[in-house]
Design a protein around this ligand. Structure first.
Ligand code: NAP
Length: 240
């Protein structure tokens, strides 16, 4: 039996694809979501129909207390959580002079407080077992920046820094920590974006698919990826 895997923001988009891919690889998955219970339930029921195992666990990753109590409940299960994919993320783009404090805080708190709130309680059980996989979903925007995304780039660059430091702390304990930095992926996040303009700058001239990002994550959590840690792996059609 493979380790249980928690995927935050798995009701839609990239997170849902990761949940499906990890379940297909044999991991019982925990499908986290913020508010879209129906979509999360749909993801879980598709996984179960395909022969996998899935449970739902809704909480807002920004809320330290709610996240802690949800994780405490999950950790009571005798099956350890050996995989954590920090995928929950939002974008509230605006040119910096017009960026509100709310835009700044909602984006940075989801990515950075979310990373801390979710990952920190899961670490000691992984360390004790000398086994674990953390994958943080960053972005090309956190690697090279993007106009109108000062908040989002700062959050994702911060997540990359956290990935590198935590990887160094945990390497001896055989817990790997990596970041995946997608380019432009066809999900709800791009629904108001100028996709035609964006395609011009992508060498492959197409958006990425959530399932493609999920395949990379599936590899990073596999036993074959044991020697990969502290890395930021791009998946972007040649954008950088
Ligand atoms: P999406 O389709 O908008 O889905 C976002 C997911 O995150 C949903 O499941 C949502 O839950 C959940 N979520 C948002 N805030 C949350 C919170 N506070 N607590 C718990 N869950 C929360 O986004 P996506 O495109 O799949 O993006 C997934 C990740 O990839 C994000 O970190 C994003 O920054 C990153 N990324 C995306 C792209 C892209 O082009 N799409 C590119 C680079 C990086 P509800 O359904 O309940 O709202």
């Amino acid at each position: 039996m493979k380790d249980r895997a928690l995927i935050t923001g798995a009701s839609r988009g990239i997170g849902a694809a990761i949940a499906r891919a990890l379940a297909a690889a044999g991991h019982p998955v925990i499908v986290n979501y913020q508010s879209n219970h129906a979509a999360a339930e749909q993801v879980a029921s598709e996984i179960v129909q395909a022969g996998g195992q899935a449970e739902l666990c809704g909480f807002d990753v920004r809320d330290a207390t709610a996240t802690r109590s949800a994780l405490d409940r999950l950790l009571q299960d005798e099956r350890p959580i050996g995989v954590c994919v920090n995928n929950a993320g939002i974008a509230h783009d605006a040119p910096f002079p017009g960026m509100s404090l709310a835009d700044w805080e909602s984006v940075t708190r989801t990515t950075l407080d979310g990373f801390f709130n979710v990952t920190q309680p899961l670490i000691m059980p992984m360390v004790r077992r000398k086994r674990g996989r953390i994958v943080n979903i960053a972005s090309v925007s956190g690697v090279i920046g993007n106009r109108g995304q000062t908040n989002y780039s700062a959050a994702k660059a911060g997540l990359i820094g956290a990935t590198r430091s935590l990887a160094q702390e945990l390497a001896k304990r055989r817990v790997t920590v990596n970041a995946v930095a997608p380019g432009l992926i066809d999900t709800d996040m791009l629904k108001d974006a100028p996709v035609e303009e964006m395609l011009k700058v992508i060498p492959m001239k197409r958006l990425g698919r959530a399932a493609e990002v999920a395949s990379l994550v599936r590899f990073l959590v596999s036993d074959e990826a044991e020697y990969i840690t502290g890395q930021v792996i791009g998946i972007n059609g040649g954008l950088v």
